[in-house]
Design a protein around this ligand. Structure first.
Ligand code: ADP
Ligand code: MG
Length: 585
């Protein structure tokens, strides 16, 4: 194997990621064969590279969340022996056989163990080989179509994760990585810009970059000094980082600057196994949205569209082996804890009963932010990195075991929402009519029942989402408003009838009461004249008496016609005693 000082721009050999994965070895589901070619976009790409006439590789993914399950694609990279390891006379225990199988030969003559992955690249392979073999361009294409894609590196500290993603650590302030050593990220950025230019449709590109350091999320693109940001969850977005800065960029140069800014702010330290060991997990996310897509409802939310996220995990480390003390040890412990949580989630995701079992994504910030990539609706590529040295064998075996298990995890990539098309003319007209009717009904209802006007606001947010949604919403709401209006009208009619009956009863009672008062009025002398005859009855628009019998139409005293008892001016005719009784009651 070549030592890494050799420099590594090579001949650009092409490695195909095969669709079936056969994994042999400890705890890896020995001999299990899985055909992932049907739904797996990465596998499909390789079919395309092999000349498969299978057509659109992402076609099957557009069936929605209930669509095909897509396994996590795993690519293994074995870094070359370092100069220091060679100087110490350490032996390599890893051998690649073919492009997909890794043989582990334990020192002391134990039996070889074989692991099989989508692709295996040894230490002689260049950064360009890695970029071409890992299938990241397929993820880029899927992200352009609206899928949420993740590439993450996994492995022991010093195994080459950061190198694979972003190239060797900067050799000085502002010194860029030589093009031949640029990692998957820079190469994907360049490829993406090229792709976008050839798309012919305007695309908006934005980026965020964060690190998880000692279980705190820090914004690597923040304008001021990074401060811890909360990780929240909601139904539509899943887990997300609140107040994370998302920067729009228009050129490859601007994106490279954002990457450099983040890399220079990211925490790294030297220890015995790595001179520039990352002390945090870093997540750079590209948000890709087409201009036909609706703007976000919430202003703090990234626009609807695809995502391509690069995750550079901090490596697991044995504190004794790295010689970490003090702050370094604290960092190592929190790195190990979050990697343990990740490993635990991976194990549970493999559980066939997983639909019933709870996956503890909430156990760490890292697992929260990777939840969608691991068990959700994303398309995921894992790049497992290992060191060939015999000294690292226990850690290497552990990485190989996790990587083997990870490729049996499936996600259910969510079909991208189709861009908002212009609605047909008749729908627009119908929408306008419904809107008008809605407005009219609301104002009528507001007049009839003041409480009804408060019904408005709550549904407006939903209705704003899209034209078809609005149409449906207006139809439903108009139907509801019509029903409510009918109910209010009939209860108003009922109330009016009741009022009329009560008025009649009051008149009748007044008449009876007055007659009674008149009859029992004490005092000597002749009885006062009956009120019926005192004044001639004025023209009266009285209601008919309650009882239709003829006696009720006549005064019980003088038998005069009683039409004026119902007259509004009837109180003028009532005796004083009646008024006094009324005022005190
Ligand atoms: P990790 O991120 O896994 O802790 P690094 O990416 O920082 O490890 O790599 C550790 C060291 O090994 C760095 O100096 C890096 O340049 C070197 N290295 C890793 N992989 C390779 C490779 N494939 N070729 C050459 N050098 C490598
Ligand atoms: Mg690193």
């Amino acid at each position: 194997m070549a030592a890494w000082e050799a420099g590594d721009e090579g001949g650009g050999r092409k490695v195909c990621i095969a669709s079936p994965s056969v994994v042999k070895g400890e705890g890896t589901g020995e001999g299990k064969e899985r055909d992932s070619g049907g739904a797996n976009p990465c596998a499909k790409q390789n079919m395309e590279e092999r000349g498969s006439p299978d057509g659109d590789p992402a076609r099957n993914l557009e069936q929605g969340p209930e669509g095909p399950e897509t396994p996590i694609q795993v690519v293994l990279r074995v870094r070359p022996m370092s100069a220091a390891e060679l100087r110490r006379g350490e032996q390599s225990v890893l051998h690649c056989s073919g492009t997909r199988t890794l043989q582990v030969s334990p020192p002391g003559g134990g039996p070889d163990v074989a692991f099989r992955f989508g692709a295996v690249l040894d230490g002689a392979r260049t950064q360009e080989d890695m970029f071409r073999a890992c299938g990241v361009r397929r993820l880029g294409d899927l992200a352009l179509r609206g899928f949420s894609c993740t590439v993450f590196t996994f492995g022991q500290t010093g195994s080459g994760k950061t190198y694979t993603l972003t190239g060797p650590p900067p050799q000085g302030e502002g010194v860029p990585v030589p093009p031949s050593l640029a990692g998957i990220m820079q190469r994907t950025f360049a490829w993406l810009f090229d792709r976008v230019q050839h798309l012919g449709a305007p695309v908006t590109l934005r980026a965020s970059y964060l690190e998880i350091y000692n279980e705190q999320v820090r914004d690597l693109l923040s304008l001021g000094a990074p401060r811890p940001l909360p990780v929240r969850w909601n139904k539509t977005r899943g887990f997300y980082v609140e107040q994370l800065r998302v920067v729009e960029f228009g050129s490859l140069g601007a994106l490279m600057e954002l990457l450099q800014m983040g890399l220079s702010r990211r925490r790294s330290s030297a220890h015995t196994m790595n001179q520039a060991s990352s002390r945090s997990h870093a997540l750079l996310t590209l948000y890709i949205s087409h201009q036909t897509q609706m703007p976000p409802v919430d202003p703090g939310e990234p626009p609807a569209g695809g995502k391509l996220c690069f995750v550079d995990l901090a490596g697991s480390e044995k504190v004794a082996a790295t010689g970490s003390r003090g702050e370094l040890m604290l960092e190592a412990n929190s790195i190990n804890r979050s990697l343990l949580a990740l490993g635990h989630c991976i194990s549970l995701l493999l559980d066939p009963q997983r639909k019933q079992s709870h996956i503890p994504f909430r156990d760490s910030k890292l697992t929260k932010l990777l939840a969608d990539s691991l068990g959700g609706r994303g398309v995921t590529l894992m790049v497992a990195c290992v060191s060939p040295s015999a000294q690292c064998l226990p850690e290497t075996l552990s990485t190989l075991r996790y990587a083997s298990r990870a490729q049996r995890i499936t996600t259910r990539p969510q079909a991208p929402k189709s861009p908002v098309a212009k609605p047909p003319q008749h729908l627009e007209t119908e929408l306008l009519q419904l809107q008008e009717e809605n407005h009219r009904l609301r104002s009528q209802l507001g007049q009839m029942d003041p409480k009804a006007s408060g019904l408005i606001g709550a549904r407006v947010a939903w209705a704003q989402r899209n034209l078809y949604g609005m149409l449906q919403e207006f139809m439903l709401e108009n139907e509801r408003l019509r029903k409510e209006k009918r109910q209010l009208q009939s209860s108003r009619d009922l109330a009016q009838d009741e009022q009329r009956i009560l008025a009649q009863q009051v008149h009748e009672l007044e008449r009876r009461l007055l007659s009674a008062c008149y009859l029992h009025q004490p005092g000597p002398g002749p009885a006062p004249p009956c009120p019926c005859v005192m004044v001639p009855p004025p023209p009266c628009h009285a209601l008919p008496p309650l009882c239709p019998c003829p006696c009720c139409h006549l005064c019980p005293l003088c038998q005069a016609p009683l039409a004026h008892w119902a007259c509004p001016r009837r109180e003028l005719h009532l005796p004083q005693v009646w008024f006094l009784q009324r005022q005190t009651s």
